[in-house]
Design a protein around this ligand. Sequence first.
Ligand SMILES: Nc1ncnc2c1ncn2[C@@H]1O[C@H](COP(=O)(O)OP(=O)(O)OP(=O)(O)O)[C@@H](O)[C@H]1O
Length: 835
Amino acid sequence: MTTTMPAAGTEMPIRSQSVRTRRPPTGTRPDPLPRSESSTRAEASRPSRTRSQRSTNAPSPRHPQQPDASAAPPSHHAEEHRGDGTSTDPRRHHTSKHKYRTMIPAPSGNYTFIKTIGQGSMGKVKLAKKEVTGELVACKIIERVSPDDGRQSREEREKADAAREDRNAREAAIVSLLNHQYICGLRDNLRTRWHWYMLFEYVNGGQMLDYIISHGKLKEKQARKFARQIASAVDYCHRNSIVHRDLKIENILISKTGDIKIIDFGLSNLFSPDEDRKLKTYCGSLYFAAPELLQAKPYTGPEVDVWSFGVVLFVLVCGKVPFDDQYMPALHQKIKKGAVDYPSWLSSECKHLISRMLVTDPRQRATMHEVMNHPWMLKGYNGPPENYLPQREPLSLPLDNEVIANMTGFKFGPPEYIREELTKRIKSPKYQAAVRRLEREREQPQPTPKDVEKRRGFGFDFYKRRNSVTSRDTLTTASSEGLPIGDDPLNAFDPLISIYYLVREKLEREREGQAAQAGPLAAPPKVQVPPSPQQAQPPPVPPSPIVRPKEKHSLAEIVPPAPAHTDGGRGTRTRARSHSEEQTREPVKNGLLSPDMIPQKKESTAAGIFRRLSTRDRKKDVGDPTGKSIQKSVSMRAKSLGHARRESIQARRAKREAEAARGDAAPATALPVREETDAELGELDNDNGGETSGGSHERLEPEDPDLAKPVFLKGIFSVSTTSTKPLVEIRADIKRVLRALGVDYKEIKGGFRCAHSPSIAERQPQYDRSRYSHQSSDERRGGGSRGMDDGEIKFEILIVKVPIVSLHGVQFKRVGGDTWQYKAMAEHIVRELRL
Ligand SMILES: Nc1ncnc2c1ncn2[C@@H]1O[C@H](COP(=O)(O)OP(=O)(O)OP(=O)(O)O)[C@@H](O)[C@H]1O
């Protein structure tokens, strides 16, 4: 296929690792510029607006995906003052204590910031509340302009800013189109003169990383549940020609229902099956980066996600990364060699799956199809994970103008050009041949369940190495149907076609939403599309209504007459099965489930997950031969909600008292969920969580009695330890340990906000740019000194109150900084606390 489209392969280089080269302290040498910056020169040279134009801060309402074209990156020397009293001079802006506004006027309504909940290399992530509805969102704030710190010339800064602008627009465009239950959804998107504000659904169950720090590795059954959800989301992306490129444990959050949500599409891009449109940006976290990225080899896309997914899976089941070294060149070598030490207690199936994903030769590496159909993934389920891809038909002419007009954010060019290119692709012999092949398949009689099993790989010998794989079928069979990418006209045939589908589906969703708001009579009936033979999978099920992942489920959909663990049995495209895996598997406890009980069902599901997560095999922890398993002591004390429920409160109390009297460690208790109310969240000061004075001196009782109050547990996964000690003592212990470890802290409501700059000896591999050939996260962001000092980690320690039983728990939450340094510090603190 000939093309001049800049869809894939001509992307902006981004960064190499997000574990994490932090911005160097001001005054260090400038980072080298990303390699392909030249392609954004046109963007960089875009004229800045006049003073009067610039004074209009709030953009006009527009399609959320569509950046505010009027908010062009400002001149670096512009200075002006906004209506909200903050200076818009970039230089002042970066030094001002009050960097960000307290409210943002997004297209769908105003949002008020509550507090900072995360810090990435892009900037801060703040919890915000929509004024009208009270909905909580996570607002990712990305600066558009590098500060003038004297390290780069004006021209260099403008080039870097222009490249960053493209990447931000692409991230916003991609996340606004994705619609998947395991991908964090974009609620709103606003671009002002100085910032992008991306408002995502707030994922409030905590980070997967925190859970692993608290509890150690997961049982394989639990890891499988998460792995299937990750596979579902990744396959959905790949089939839409999108590669994430930054899959890592930090980018997996847990929702309140105990399901995963993938975040951070800041490094994602479109990919093409065409050999001549391979990607060339070497990005992602070093620990999770595929060896071909370290070798700067061009790649198609999906294969690098498969590698990172393999590392994530290893972390889930082992509680540590498979490749680790304090010395970065040695770490590089380990990754390139791909030699992994598998703990003896890992099942052979799990080992085999990971070893297929961590194959250094990308042509030999498992495809998503193989991963999703691997026996380990299928164990306990009737089939591979559902990818929740909507049903699609091949494209035909004429094309929809409205859809084309909304294909923005990817630098595809003007609508007429997109139309022309799409038309070319649809008329191309390759596309037409693919459509004919699909039609032939559809005309064939429905395959028997046995046939389908064979096709889906049940009969595939996963334990035999495939010797005869070609580059093409290895790299391109990301489809869970087994159709090579580039041969399937419906999925990942071409990035332009994929985006056309995604935009069309988004517009349909919006129309449906509007119709639903207008009332049930106005809502058009949903069309039931019979599945194609290709879509039909065993076991055969009666046709069900089409339901999108995020749509409300009818009672019938929520409570299917399916047996437990049946999520995968009906094919990867059968949208009727759009309820979550957990919902499917959760048995109906009695026959009396009524529609108004459905929300409670979700909560009980969450509790169920927690129960399963918490009942880990402690013996296996002890048997970790590597001695590196995370937080052994903590997990040894972990105890499940199931246990908590089974034991009477009185019995537990008596036991605790006896243990306390003996001086034993108190058992950690898995906790029922209680969400913070909006009112509680609102009590926290903006950005400082209600913090008071610095913690350089110890007070047994904080001056503000409110500070001493524990916060209620938020989410379901994060309590690392519990203690029978009085709250005052726990606080004093924490302060003692923090001081001993040289951690700066501030008391905030319910706990401590901490910052620490690890010593050289404490540091995980540091990414010395003079030796590391890839672009850093700083470069991804376009340079500048925003963010934390090199090596600094920020985290919170919250003392949470365990409802029902009178225990307190200590919860850690990374706010920013290197993940693995944070992990090491959190483990150290917990060890020292000896709760
Ligand atoms: N939707 C969300 N809900 C809750 N917390 C979130 C959400 N999105 C992000 N966060 C928090 O903010 C942190 C940083 O977010 P994110 O990874 O998107 O930013 P980033 O600047 O791209 O980071 P990185 O440097 O890792 O690329 C996350 O680790 C998480 O703790």
